[in-house]
Design a protein around this ligand. Structure first.
Ligand code: CDT
Length: 329
Protein backbone atom coordinates (compact mmCIF):
# COMPACT_ATOMS: atom_id res chain seq x y z
CA UNK A 1 0.00 0.00 0.00
CA UNK A 2 1.21 3.47 -0.80
CA UNK A 3 -1.12 6.27 0.24
CA UNK A 4 -3.05 4.33 2.81
CA UNK A 5 -4.89 6.21 5.53
CA UNK A 6 -6.85 4.55 8.31
CA UNK A 7 -10.22 6.23 8.67
CA UNK A 8 -12.91 5.75 11.32
CA UNK A 9 -16.62 6.37 11.04
CA UNK A 10 -17.53 7.38 14.60
CA UNK A 11 -21.23 6.59 14.69
CA UNK A 12 -23.35 8.15 17.43
CA UNK A 13 -26.42 6.74 19.07
CA UNK A 14 -29.24 9.10 20.07
CA UNK A 15 -28.62 12.49 21.67
CA UNK A 16 -31.41 13.58 23.99
CA UNK A 17 -33.06 16.98 23.69
CA UNK A 18 -31.70 17.98 27.08
CA UNK A 19 -28.25 16.47 26.68
CA UNK A 20 -25.62 19.17 27.17
CA UNK A 21 -22.96 19.77 24.51
CA UNK A 22 -20.27 19.02 27.09
CA UNK A 23 -21.70 15.53 27.63
CA UNK A 24 -21.89 14.95 23.89
CA UNK A 25 -18.29 16.11 23.46
CA UNK A 26 -17.28 13.60 26.15
CA UNK A 27 -18.85 10.90 23.96
CA UNK A 28 -17.04 12.23 20.88
CA UNK A 29 -13.74 12.16 22.76
CA UNK A 30 -14.36 8.58 23.90
CA UNK A 31 -14.96 7.58 20.27
CA UNK A 32 -11.83 9.49 19.27
CA UNK A 33 -9.74 7.45 21.72
CA UNK A 34 -11.24 4.20 20.50
CA UNK A 35 -10.52 5.19 16.89
CA UNK A 36 -6.96 6.22 17.72
CA UNK A 37 -6.32 2.97 19.59
CA UNK A 38 -7.39 1.15 16.43
CA UNK A 39 -4.99 3.14 14.26
CA UNK A 40 -7.28 5.81 12.81
CA UNK A 41 -5.76 9.09 11.62
CA UNK A 42 -9.09 10.58 10.59
CA UNK A 43 -12.43 10.31 12.41
CA UNK A 44 -15.76 11.06 10.72
CA UNK A 45 -18.57 12.15 13.06
CA UNK A 46 -22.22 12.47 12.02
CA UNK A 47 -24.27 15.42 10.80
CA UNK A 48 -25.37 17.80 13.60
CA UNK A 49 -23.22 15.78 15.96
CA UNK A 50 -23.38 18.14 18.95
CA UNK A 51 -27.12 18.14 19.61
CA UNK A 52 -30.27 16.20 19.08
CA UNK A 53 -31.70 16.45 15.54
CA UNK A 54 -33.67 19.61 16.35
CA UNK A 55 -35.33 20.08 12.90
CA UNK A 56 -37.89 17.54 14.08
CA UNK A 57 -39.51 20.36 16.09
CA UNK A 58 -41.12 23.63 15.01
CA UNK A 59 -39.85 26.73 16.81
CA UNK A 60 -41.17 30.20 16.19
CA UNK A 61 -39.68 32.73 15.95
CA UNK A 62 -36.64 31.22 14.31
CA UNK A 63 -34.25 33.05 16.62
CA UNK A 64 -35.57 31.01 19.55
CA UNK A 65 -33.75 28.05 18.01
CA UNK A 66 -30.39 29.81 18.03
CA UNK A 67 -29.26 27.85 21.07
CA UNK A 68 -28.91 24.78 18.81
CA UNK A 69 -26.35 26.62 16.66
CA UNK A 70 -22.60 27.21 17.05
CA UNK A 71 -21.35 30.76 16.59
CA UNK A 72 -17.69 29.73 16.68
CA UNK A 73 -15.80 26.56 15.88
CA UNK A 74 -14.16 25.56 18.08
CA UNK A 75 -16.22 27.14 20.83
CA UNK A 76 -15.96 26.58 24.57
CA UNK A 77 -17.79 23.25 24.44
CA UNK A 78 -15.94 21.83 21.41
CA UNK A 79 -12.44 23.00 22.34
CA UNK A 80 -11.68 19.83 24.35
CA UNK A 81 -12.32 17.72 21.23
CA UNK A 82 -10.02 19.90 19.11
CA UNK A 83 -7.30 19.78 21.77
CA UNK A 84 -7.53 16.04 22.34
CA UNK A 85 -7.53 15.26 18.62
CA UNK A 86 -4.46 17.44 18.00
CA UNK A 87 -2.68 15.84 20.97
CA UNK A 88 -3.34 12.39 19.48
CA UNK A 89 -2.48 13.53 15.94
CA UNK A 90 -5.93 12.55 14.67
CA UNK A 91 -7.96 14.66 12.23
CA UNK A 92 -11.74 14.79 12.12
CA UNK A 93 -14.92 15.77 10.26
CA UNK A 94 -17.59 17.15 12.58
CA UNK A 95 -21.15 18.13 11.63
CA UNK A 96 -22.82 21.03 13.44
CA UNK A 97 -25.39 23.79 13.03
CA UNK A 98 -23.60 27.02 12.11
CA UNK A 99 -24.85 30.56 12.79
CA UNK A 100 -22.55 33.01 11.04
CA UNK A 101 -21.73 36.48 12.37
CA UNK A 102 -23.92 37.99 9.63
CA UNK A 103 -26.90 35.85 10.57
CA UNK A 104 -26.82 32.95 8.10
CA UNK A 105 -27.79 29.49 9.32
CA UNK A 106 -26.15 26.48 7.71
CA UNK A 107 -25.97 22.75 8.26
CA UNK A 108 -22.18 22.56 8.27
CA UNK A 109 -19.17 20.37 8.85
CA UNK A 110 -15.63 21.32 9.72
CA UNK A 111 -12.64 19.29 8.53
CA UNK A 112 -9.64 19.43 10.85
CA UNK A 113 -6.19 18.10 10.01
CA UNK A 114 -4.05 15.94 12.29
CA UNK A 115 -2.10 18.97 13.51
CA UNK A 116 -5.30 20.72 14.58
CA UNK A 117 -5.46 23.15 11.67
CA UNK A 118 -8.82 23.72 10.01
CA UNK A 119 -8.86 22.53 6.40
CA UNK A 120 -12.30 23.81 5.42
CA UNK A 121 -15.90 24.35 6.47
CA UNK A 122 -18.47 22.66 4.24
CA UNK A 123 -22.12 23.77 4.13
CA UNK A 124 -24.78 21.25 3.15
CA UNK A 125 -25.95 21.88 -0.40
CA UNK A 126 -29.19 19.88 -0.70
CA UNK A 127 -31.60 20.83 2.08
CA UNK A 128 -34.42 18.29 2.40
CA UNK A 129 -37.74 18.38 4.20
CA UNK A 130 -40.18 21.27 4.44
CA UNK A 131 -40.36 24.99 5.23
CA UNK A 132 -43.31 25.31 7.62
CA UNK A 133 -44.89 23.38 10.47
CA UNK A 134 -46.91 20.47 9.09
CA UNK A 135 -48.98 19.06 11.97
CA UNK A 136 -50.11 16.01 9.97
CA UNK A 137 -46.64 14.51 10.30
CA UNK A 138 -45.75 12.34 13.30
CA UNK A 139 -42.57 14.43 13.53
CA UNK A 140 -41.24 17.36 11.57
CA UNK A 141 -38.29 17.54 9.16
CA UNK A 142 -37.87 21.32 9.10
CA UNK A 143 -34.39 21.59 7.68
CA UNK A 144 -35.72 23.98 5.03
CA UNK A 145 -36.92 26.28 7.80
CA UNK A 146 -33.75 26.18 9.84
CA UNK A 147 -31.03 26.10 7.16
CA UNK A 148 -30.09 27.94 4.02
CA UNK A 149 -28.54 25.87 1.24
CA UNK A 150 -24.76 26.06 1.26
CA UNK A 151 -23.72 28.59 -1.41
CA UNK A 152 -20.28 27.16 -2.09
CA UNK A 153 -21.07 23.78 -3.63
CA UNK A 154 -18.73 20.81 -3.38
CA UNK A 155 -15.05 21.60 -2.99
CA UNK A 156 -12.14 19.18 -2.82
CA UNK A 157 -9.16 19.87 -0.60
CA UNK A 158 -5.57 18.61 -0.41
CA UNK A 159 -5.57 16.96 3.00
CA UNK A 160 -4.63 13.69 4.68
CA UNK A 161 -2.26 12.89 1.81
CA UNK A 162 -4.99 12.95 -0.82
CA UNK A 163 -7.93 14.84 -2.30
CA UNK A 164 -10.75 15.05 0.22
CA UNK A 165 -14.35 16.17 -0.25
CA UNK A 166 -17.36 16.49 2.04
CA UNK A 167 -21.12 16.04 1.84
CA UNK A 168 -23.87 16.02 4.46
CA UNK A 169 -26.73 13.54 4.62
CA UNK A 170 -29.22 14.32 1.82
CA UNK A 171 -26.31 15.37 -0.42
CA UNK A 172 -25.39 11.70 -0.63
CA UNK A 173 -28.57 10.86 -2.56
CA UNK A 174 -27.67 13.10 -5.54
CA UNK A 175 -25.34 11.88 -8.30
CA UNK A 176 -24.23 15.45 -8.98
CA UNK A 177 -22.66 15.58 -5.53
CA UNK A 178 -20.18 12.84 -6.32
CA UNK A 179 -19.61 13.86 -9.93
CA UNK A 180 -18.78 17.48 -9.09
CA UNK A 181 -16.19 16.19 -6.64
CA UNK A 182 -15.14 13.41 -9.00
CA UNK A 183 -14.33 15.99 -11.65
CA UNK A 184 -12.00 17.60 -9.12
CA UNK A 185 -10.23 14.28 -8.57
CA UNK A 186 -11.70 13.43 -5.19
CA UNK A 187 -10.30 10.31 -3.54
CA UNK A 188 -12.04 10.37 -0.18
CA UNK A 189 -15.54 11.73 0.50
CA UNK A 190 -16.60 12.23 4.10
CA UNK A 191 -20.26 12.26 5.10
CA UNK A 192 -22.40 12.56 8.21
CA UNK A 193 -26.11 11.78 8.30
CA UNK A 194 -29.36 11.68 10.31
CA UNK A 195 -31.92 9.64 8.40
CA UNK A 196 -35.29 8.96 10.04
CA UNK A 197 -36.52 5.52 9.03
CA UNK A 198 -40.07 6.85 8.58
CA UNK A 199 -40.53 9.09 5.55
CA UNK A 200 -43.94 10.68 6.02
CA UNK A 201 -44.57 11.84 2.40
CA UNK A 202 -44.18 8.23 1.17
CA UNK A 203 -44.01 5.54 3.88
CA UNK A 204 -43.47 2.87 1.21
CA UNK A 205 -39.85 4.02 1.34
CA UNK A 206 -39.45 3.20 5.04
CA UNK A 207 -38.57 -0.43 4.44
CA UNK A 208 -36.03 0.62 1.82
CA UNK A 209 -34.13 3.22 3.87
CA UNK A 210 -31.16 0.96 4.56
CA UNK A 211 -31.01 -0.18 0.95
CA UNK A 212 -31.20 3.36 -0.43
CA UNK A 213 -28.54 4.57 1.99
CA UNK A 214 -25.95 2.15 0.74
CA UNK A 215 -27.20 2.11 -2.85
CA UNK A 216 -26.41 5.79 -3.44
CA UNK A 217 -23.06 5.82 -1.67
CA UNK A 218 -21.83 2.60 -3.25
CA UNK A 219 -22.83 3.88 -6.71
CA UNK A 220 -21.25 7.28 -6.10
CA UNK A 221 -18.01 5.70 -4.90
CA UNK A 222 -17.76 3.32 -7.85
CA UNK A 223 -18.79 5.77 -10.58
CA UNK A 224 -16.19 8.28 -9.42
CA UNK A 225 -13.44 5.95 -8.21
CA UNK A 226 -13.43 7.29 -4.67
CA UNK A 227 -13.59 6.13 -1.08
CA UNK A 228 -16.70 7.19 0.86
CA UNK A 229 -16.80 7.17 4.65
CA UNK A 230 -20.23 7.86 6.14
CA UNK A 231 -21.20 8.17 9.77
CA UNK A 232 -24.75 8.05 11.13
CA UNK A 233 -26.51 9.32 14.18
CA UNK A 234 -28.70 6.27 14.59
CA UNK A 235 -31.15 4.70 16.98
CA UNK A 236 -34.34 5.98 18.58
CA UNK A 237 -33.81 9.65 19.38
CA UNK A 238 -36.67 11.46 21.10
CA UNK A 239 -39.05 8.79 19.80
CA UNK A 240 -37.81 8.89 16.19
CA UNK A 241 -35.98 5.86 14.83
CA UNK A 242 -32.99 6.77 12.67
CA UNK A 243 -30.91 4.65 10.38
CA UNK A 244 -27.48 3.52 11.58
CA UNK A 245 -25.39 1.44 9.15
CA UNK A 246 -22.34 3.72 9.10
CA UNK A 247 -19.96 2.42 6.49
CA UNK A 248 -16.63 2.66 4.72
CA UNK A 249 -17.02 2.11 0.98
CA UNK A 250 -14.16 1.37 -1.41
CA UNK A 251 -13.75 2.79 -4.94
CA UNK A 252 -15.00 -0.59 -6.16
CA UNK A 253 -18.35 0.23 -4.55
CA UNK A 254 -17.92 -2.53 -2.00
CA UNK A 255 -18.58 -1.88 1.68
CA UNK A 256 -15.39 -2.80 3.52
CA UNK A 257 -16.55 -2.00 7.05
CA UNK A 258 -19.97 -1.37 8.56
CA UNK A 259 -21.48 -0.61 11.96
CA UNK A 260 -23.39 -3.46 13.54
CA UNK A 261 -25.16 -1.46 16.26
CA UNK A 262 -27.34 1.66 16.28
CA UNK A 263 -25.35 3.25 19.09
CA UNK A 264 -21.98 4.86 19.70
CA UNK A 265 -19.64 2.68 17.66
CA UNK A 266 -16.35 3.10 15.83
CA UNK A 267 -15.94 1.49 12.40
CA UNK A 268 -12.37 1.44 11.11
CA UNK A 269 -10.87 0.64 7.72
CA UNK A 270 -7.61 1.28 5.94
CA UNK A 271 -8.27 3.31 2.79
CA UNK A 272 -5.57 3.11 0.14
CA UNK A 273 -6.09 6.27 -1.87
CA UNK A 274 -4.01 4.86 -4.72
CA UNK A 275 -6.73 2.26 -5.23
CA UNK A 276 -8.90 5.03 -6.74
CA UNK A 277 -6.79 4.88 -9.90
CA UNK A 278 -8.06 1.37 -10.62
CA UNK A 279 -11.28 3.10 -11.61
CA UNK A 280 -10.20 6.64 -12.44
CA UNK A 281 -7.66 5.38 -15.00
CA UNK A 282 -9.74 2.61 -16.58
CA UNK A 283 -13.53 2.38 -16.88
CA UNK A 284 -14.07 5.88 -15.47
CA UNK A 285 -11.23 7.66 -17.22
CA UNK A 286 -13.23 10.89 -17.44
CA UNK A 287 -10.92 12.63 -19.93
CA UNK A 288 -11.16 9.71 -22.33
CA UNK A 289 -14.75 8.58 -22.04
CA UNK A 290 -17.06 11.31 -20.75
CA UNK A 291 -19.29 13.10 -23.28
CA UNK A 292 -20.04 16.50 -21.71
CA UNK A 293 -21.19 17.84 -25.07
CA UNK A 294 -24.35 15.71 -24.75
CA UNK A 295 -24.87 16.25 -21.01
CA UNK A 296 -26.22 19.80 -21.31
CA UNK A 297 -29.61 18.91 -19.79
CA UNK A 298 -27.84 18.34 -16.47
CA UNK A 299 -27.63 22.12 -16.17
CA UNK A 300 -31.28 22.76 -17.09
CA UNK A 301 -33.61 24.29 -14.42
CA UNK A 302 -33.55 22.17 -11.30
CA UNK A 303 -36.86 20.37 -11.91
CA UNK A 304 -36.08 19.70 -15.55
CA UNK A 305 -37.38 21.67 -18.51
CA UNK A 306 -41.09 21.00 -17.96
CA UNK A 307 -41.43 20.59 -14.24
CA UNK A 308 -39.86 23.61 -12.61
CA UNK A 309 -42.05 24.17 -9.55
CA UNK A 310 -42.48 27.11 -7.28
CA UNK A 311 -44.34 27.29 -4.00
CA UNK A 312 -43.95 27.03 -0.31
CA UNK A 313 -44.32 29.83 2.17
CA UNK A 314 -41.43 32.22 2.49
CA UNK A 315 -38.90 31.42 5.21
CA UNK A 316 -35.33 32.41 5.79
CA UNK A 317 -34.25 29.30 3.87
CA UNK A 318 -36.66 29.85 1.00
CA UNK A 319 -35.66 33.47 0.69
CA UNK A 320 -32.08 32.34 0.32
CA UNK A 321 -32.85 30.11 -2.65
CA UNK A 322 -34.64 26.96 -1.51
CA UNK A 323 -37.88 26.00 -3.27
CA UNK A 324 -41.25 24.28 -2.68
CA UNK A 325 -42.42 21.95 0.05
CA UNK A 326 -42.45 18.17 0.02
CA UNK A 327 -45.72 16.67 -1.09
CA UNK A 328 -48.41 16.55 1.57
CA UNK A 329 -50.53 13.36 1.78
N1 CDT B 1 -30.65 14.91 7.49
C1 CDT B 1 -31.12 14.57 6.27
O1 CDT B 1 -30.75 15.16 5.28
N2 CDT B 1 -32.03 13.59 6.22
C2 CDT B 1 -32.70 13.19 5.02
C3 CDT B 1 -34.02 12.60 5.41
C4 CDT B 1 -34.94 12.47 4.27
S1 CDT B 1 -35.72 13.93 3.78
C5 CDT B 1 -36.94 14.20 4.94
C6 CDT B 1 -31.91 12.19 4.20
O2 CDT B 1 -31.81 12.39 2.99
O3 CDT B 1 -31.47 11.18 4.75
Amino acid sequence: MNRAITVAAAQLGPIGRDEKREAVVDRLVALLHDAHRRGAELVVYPELALTTFFPRWWTEPLAEADHWFETEMPGPATKPLFEEAAALGVGFFLGYAELTPDGHRYNSAVLVERDGSTVATFRKVHIPGHERHEPWRPFQHLERYYFEPGPDGFGVWDAFGGSVGMMICNDRRWPETYRVMGLQGVELILCGYNTPVHYAPDPSQDALQAFHNHLVMQAGAYQNGTWVVASAKGGVEEGVDSLAQSAVIAPSGLIVAQAFTAGDEVVVAECDLDWCDHYKKTLFDFARYRRPEVYGAICEPRGGRESESAGGEPTAAAAAGASGPEAAP
